[in-house]
Design a protein around this ligand. Structure first.
Ligand SMILES: *Cc1c(COP(=O)(O)O)cnc(C)c1O
Length: 363
C-alpha cells in the first residue's frame, strides 16, 4: 500500500536518534515547557533566520496567538485565502477577529494579491499569507501591499518548513510566522506541536504570555491568556527532525523531479514553482478533470493519493453564507474538484515512485 504521507516511515528512518531523545526527555522530569522546548525554540528561530520562537500546542493555536499578540481581535478583519486548511480561518475566529477570504491565483494556487484591494476596508488589520503545498505565496506583491496599508503580515508556514524565496527562508517576510508540527508536515512531531516566530521582541513576549494564562511570573496573570503549550517529548523529537529537515526536503524535491519528468505528457496539470522560490513539496498536487476515475484506478493498485482540499472554507457548512469573500472565487471552487495530491514523503522509495507513475500512465 502506498499512502499520500507516512509519518511512521519517518520515525523508522531516524529511530535511534528519536528513541534516544525520548529517553532523555523522559528522564528530564520537566515534561512541559522545559529545556528541550527552550532549545528547540532557539534552534528553529535560528534556522528560519529570526530572533524569537515561542512553542505552542499546535499550528492553529500558533496563528490564534500571533493574531492576538498583534492586538487584533473583536471588530478587526483579517484577509486570507479560502483554499487552505480550515485551521487558518478557524484561528482568525478563535482570536475574535473576522476572516475575509480571497481567491488564489491559477498557477501557484496561493493568495491572489490582485484581490486584496477589493476586500480591504478601514477595519482590515492583517493578512495571512499561506505558503501552500510547500512554496511561497506571492510575497513580492503581498509584502508591499501590507506595508502601504499598514497591515500586519502573518506567514502561515505550516506547509513550507525550510522553503525560501529569493534565498530567504519563509517566515522572515512578515511581522510573525506560524508553524504546525502535525505529524505529516515537513517538520513533524509524533503528536501535536506549533510555533510562532518573529523578530519583534514585544510580540514574542505577548505570545509567550498568551500561551500560559497571561503569566510572566507563575500564577500571576497580567493579561487573559490560554493554555497552549509545547511539551518536552515533542520538542526533543522535533530537535532531531530539524537536523534532518534540509536532507528530507531535498528528498522530496528529488521525488517531485521524477514525477514532473515522467508525467509531463500525461494530461495532468503539474505543479509550477514560483520564480525565485525553492519549493519543499509538502505536497505534490496535480489537477485533473478526471479525478474520480484516476483515484479509482490508483485504488485498485493500493495507491491512495490525497485531496487538499475537497471543500473551500467559504463553502463549508460552518462558514457558508456568513463569511465575506471576494466577488470571484472561481479558482478556489474549481480546485476543490480537481486537485489530487500524489504520494509524497522523504522515505517514499524509488520503486514506489515508479509504481505511482506507472499506475497513472495506465489510468
Ligand atoms: C496543518 C496546517 C495548520 C494547522 O496545524 P495544526 O497543527 O493541525 O493545528 C494551519 N495552516 C495550514 C496551512 C496547515 O497546513
Amino acid at each position: 500500500m502506498i499512502r499520500c504521507a507516512n509519518p511512521l516511515a519517518q520515525y523508522e528512518a531516524h529511530r535511534d536518534e528519536i528513541d534516544a531523545a525520548i529517553a532523555s526527555a523522559l528522564r528530564g522530569n520537566r515534561y512541559i515547557l522545559g529545556p528541550e522546548v527552550e532549545a528547540f525554540e532557539h534552534e528553529l528561530a535560528q534556522y528560519v533566520g529570526v530572533s524569537h520562537g515561542v512553542g505552542v500546542g499546535n499550528g492553529t493555536d500558533a496563528l490564534e496567538l500571533a493574531i492576538r499578540g498583534l492586538g487584533i481581535g473583536e471588530g478587526d478583519e483579517v484577509i486570507t485565502v479560502s483554499h487552505t486548511a480550515v485551521a487558518t480561518v478557524a484561528a482568525i475566529e478563535s482570536a475574535g477577529a473576522t476572516p475575509v477570504l480571497v481567491d488564489v491565483d491559477p498557477v501557484c494556487y496561493t493568495l491572489d494579491p490582485a484581490q486584496l484591494e477589493e476586500v480591504r476596508t478601514e477595519r482590515t488589520r492583517a493578512a495571512i499569507a499561506v505558503h501552500l503545498y510547500g512554496q511561497p505565496a506571492d510575497l513580492d506583491a503581498i509584502v508591499p501591499f501590507c506595508r502601504a496599508h499598514d497591515l500586519a503580515l502573518i506567514e502561515d508556514v505550516s506547509q513550507a518548513h525550510g522553503a525560501t524565496l529569493h534565498g530567504k527562508r519563509l517566515g522572515t517576510f512578515g511581522r510573525a510566522a506560524t508553524f504546525s508540527f502535525y505529524p505529516t508536515k515537513n517538520l513533524g512531531a509524533i503528536g501535536d506541536g506549533g510555533m510562532v516566530t518573529t523578530n519583534d521582541a514585544a510580540l514574542a513576549k505577548r505570545v509567550r504570555m498568551l500561551r500560559e494564562y497571561g503569566w510572566q511570573t507563575r500564577y500571576v496573570s497580567d493579561i487573559a491568556g490560554r493554555n497552549t503549550r509545547l511539551d518536552e517529548l515533542q520538542a526533543a523529537i522535533l530537535r532531531v527532525k530539524l537536523r534532518h529537515l534540509d536532507d528530507d526536503n531535498a528528498k522530496r524535491r528529488a521525488i517531485a523531479a521524477r514525477y514532473t519528468a515522467a508525467l509531463s505528457n500525461s494530461g495532468l496539470v503539474l505543479p509550477q514553482t514560483r520564480s525565485g522560490a525553492e519549493h519543499v513539496f509538502h505536497l505534490y498536487v496535480v489537477t485533473t478533470g478526471r479525478r474520480k476515475e484516476i483515484m479509482d484506478a490508483l485504488g485498485t493498485q493500493e495507491i491512495f493519493p490525497g485531496i487538499h482540499y475537497p471543500v473551500p472554507v467559504h463553502c463549508q457548512a460552518a462558514y457558508k453564507g456568513r463569511i465575506r469573500t471576494a466577488r470571484s472565487m472561481t479558482v478556489t471552487e474549481r480546485l476543490a474538484s480537481e486537485v489530487l495530491s500524489l504520494p509524497m514523503y522523504p522515505e517514499l522509495s524509488a520503486a514506489d515512485v515508479s509504481s505511482v507513475i506507472e499506475a497513472l500512465a495506465n489510468a
